[in-house]
Design a protein around this ligand. Structure first.
Ligand code: ARG
Length: 462
C-alpha cells in the first residue's frame, strides 16, 4: 500500500512497524473534526488563489459527502490507513483524483492533528461541563431536601462539630464548581487556530489565517509556528481539569461509602445503585462509588503520562505527541462515565435523620461549651483547659455533657449557669455560626440559593 510519504522510500514499510506507528484505531474519533478542518482549509486555499473556485467546490462537495457517510455509519471510518488524516485524504483522492491531491498544499499533519484535537476539545468539553453541573444539581437537591437536618463533621476523621447536612452536600458542590471553571479554562486554551504553521516554519501560501480562524470559530491564531507544532499544553490543561474533577468525585465517593456504611448509616444508598455479594447474603456494597474512587487513578495517570511524554521533547513536532490522544480520550471517557454514575448515586441517597442527628450530639459540643465560657468573660485558652478537663472526666466515666447536673457544671467552673443545658445542643451550635461560609442556617440557605442561581445561569435544571 502507498501512504502519504511513500514516495521517499524504496521499499514498503515493515508491516509491524507501520502498525506500531499507526494511530487510526484511536484517532478515528477525530474524523468529524478532521473533515471540518479540511473544509475550511479548502476555502482558505481558494481565497489565497491556490485552488480554483471549481476545485475548491469539488473538494468541499466530496468532503461533505464523506462526512455525511462517516457520521451515518461508524464502520465507514475504517481502513488500512496510518491515521485519520490519511484516511480522509485517501477517500478524497479516490473520489476526485488530482483535485483531491491539491488539498494538502501548504499544510502539514503536524498542525492538522493539533487543529483536530483543539476542535474536538472545543465541542466535547461543554458536554463534560454540563455533566459536572448535573452532579452539582443533584447535590443541591439533596441539600434542599435535608432542610434543618444535622450531622457531625469530622477532622482527622474524628467527630469535630455539628453541621447541617445541607452544608455537607454543598461542601461537595463547591469543588465541582471550580472544576466547571477549570474545564471552561481548558476549552478557552484550546481556542487558538494552529493552521498556517505548516510543518514547523509557517506556510508559503497567502492564507488569511485570521479569516480562517473566524471560519472555524476560533477567537485567535497561535503566536508561533515552532511552538504550535509541539504545543500540547491545552491537552495537559484538559487532563488536569479531568484529574482534579476525578479527585473530587473520588472524595465524594469516599465520604458516601463511609457515611452510608453500617458504622455510620447517616445515609442509605439506593438498592438499584448497590451490589450484593455472591457469598455473604447480608451485604449491600457500594461498587459504583468504589469504581469512581478507583478510576481516579486513571485520570491522574493520563495527566502524569502526558506531562512525562512532553517534558523532554525538542522543539517541533515529534511522534511522541501521538500519545496525547489516548490520554485525552481515556480521561474524557472515564470522567463522563463517573459523572453520570455519581449523579445517579447522589440523587438516590436517602437521609437517616435521626441517626445523623444523634451522631451530631455528645462530646463534639465541647467547643460550644468553651464558647459559652468565653461569653461569660473567660479567656478562650482558659476555657479550653476547663472544658478539656471536663471532657477527660466524662470520657473516663462514659458520659456526655447532657448527663451533667448543674452542681457538676459549677464544679468545673463557677461561670456556668443553669442556661448552659439549653445552650449546649447541636442545633444551637449550628445556629451560632455567623460567617457566610459557615454552617449557620441562614448562611447555608443563602449559599444554596446562590448555587441554584448558578445552575440556572449555566442552564442546568435542579
Ligand atoms: N498521527 C499523528 C499524531 O497523532 C499525526 C501527525 C503526524 N505527523 C507526522 N509528522 N508524522 O501525532
Amino acid at each position: 500500500m502507498t501512504n502519504l510519504w511513500s514516495g521517499r522510500f524504496d521499499t514498503a514499510p515493515d508491516a509491524a512497524a507501520f502498525q506500531f506507528g499507526a494511530s487510526f484505531r484511536f484517532d478515528r474519533r477525530l474524523f468529524e473534526d478532521d473533515v471540518t478542518g479540511s473544509l475550511a482549509w479548502a476555502r482558505a486555499l481558494a481565497k489565497a488563489g491556490v485552488l480554483t473556485g471549481d476545485q475548491a467546490r469539488q473538494i468541499e462537495d466530496a468532503l461533505t459527502a464523506i462526512l455525511a457517510q462517516g457520521t451515518a455509519e461508524a464502520a465507514f471510518v475504517d481502513g488500512p490507513d496510518e491515521d485519520v488524516h490519511s484516511f480522509v485524504e485517501r477517500l478524497l483522492v479516490e473520489r476526485l483524483g488530482d483535485a483531491g491531491r491539491r488539498l494538502h498544499t501548504g499544510r502539514s499533519r503536524n498542525e492538522q492533528v493539533s487543529l483536530d484535537l483543539r476542535l474536538y476539545l472545543r465541542r466535547r468539553i461543554p458536554l463534560l461541563k454540563r455533566a459536572v453541573a448535573g452532579v452539582v444539581g443533584a447535590l443541591a437537591a439533596q441539600a434542599d431536601a435535608a432542610t434543618d437536618a444535622l450531622m457531625p463533621s469530622f477532622t482527622h476523621f474524628r467527630p469535630a462539630q455539628p453541621v447541617l447536612v445541607a452544608h455537607f452536600f454543598l461542601s461537595h458542590a463547591a469543588p465541582l464548581r471550580r472544576d466547571y471553571a477549570r474545564l471552561a479554562g481548558a476549552r478557552e486554551e484550546s481556542d487558538a487556530l494552529p493552521l498556517g504553521s505548516g510543518a514547523i516554519a509557517g506556510t508559503a501560501y497567502d492564507v488569511d489565517v485570521d479569516a480562517l480562524a473566524r471560519d472555524l470559530g476560533f477567537t485567535r491564531v497561535v503566536a508561533n509556528s515552532m511552538d504550535a507544532s509541539s504545543d500540547r499544553d491545552f491537552a495537559a490543561t484538559f487532563l488536569y481539569a479531568c484529574a482534579m474533577t476525578m479527585v473530587h468525585l473520588s472524595r465524594l465517593a469516599e465520604d458516601l461509602i463511609i457515611l452510608c456504611g453500617d458504622e455510620h448509616r447517616f445515609f442509605e444508598l439506593s438498592d438499584a445503585l448497590s451490589t450484593g455479594s455472591s457469598m455473604m447474603p447480608q451485604k449491600k456494597n457500594p461498587d459504583p462509588l468504589e469504581l469512581v474512587r478507583g478510576k481516579s487513578g486513571r485520570a491522574i495517570g493520563h495527566l502524569v503520562g502526558l506531562l512525562t511524554t512532553i517534558k523532554g521533547l525538542p522543539t517541533g513536532y515529534n511522534k511522541d505527541l501521538q500519545e496525547d490522544k489516548e490520554a485525552v480520550f481515556g480521561a474524557e471517557d472515564t470522567l463522563s462515565g463517573c459523572l453520570a454514575v455519581v449523579r445517579s448515586v447522589v440523587g438516590g441517597v436517602t437521609l437517616n435523620r435521626a441517626r445523623a442527628a444523634s451522631a451530631a450530639s455528645g462530646l463534639l459540643l465541647a467547643t460550644d461549651v468553651a464558647d459559652y465560657l468565653v461569653g461569660r468573660g473567660v479567656p478562650f485558652r482558659r476555657a479550653h483547659e476547663i472544658v478539656g478537663a471536663l471532657v477527660r472526666r466524662l470520657v473516663a466515666e462514659g458520659r456526655d455533657f447532657e448527663s451533667l447536673s448543674i452542681e457538676e457544671w459549677r464544679t468545673a467552673s463557677d461561670r456556668f449557669e443553669p442556661d448552659v443545658v439549653s445552650r449546649v445542643t447541636p442545633a444551637v451550635s449550628v445556629g451560632a455560626k455567623r460567617t457566610p461560609q459557615s454552617t449557620g442556617p441562614s448562611a447555608v440557605r443563602a449559599r444554596l440559593a446562590e448555587v441554584r442561581q448558578w445552575l440556572d445561569d449555566v442552564g442546568e435544571l435542579c
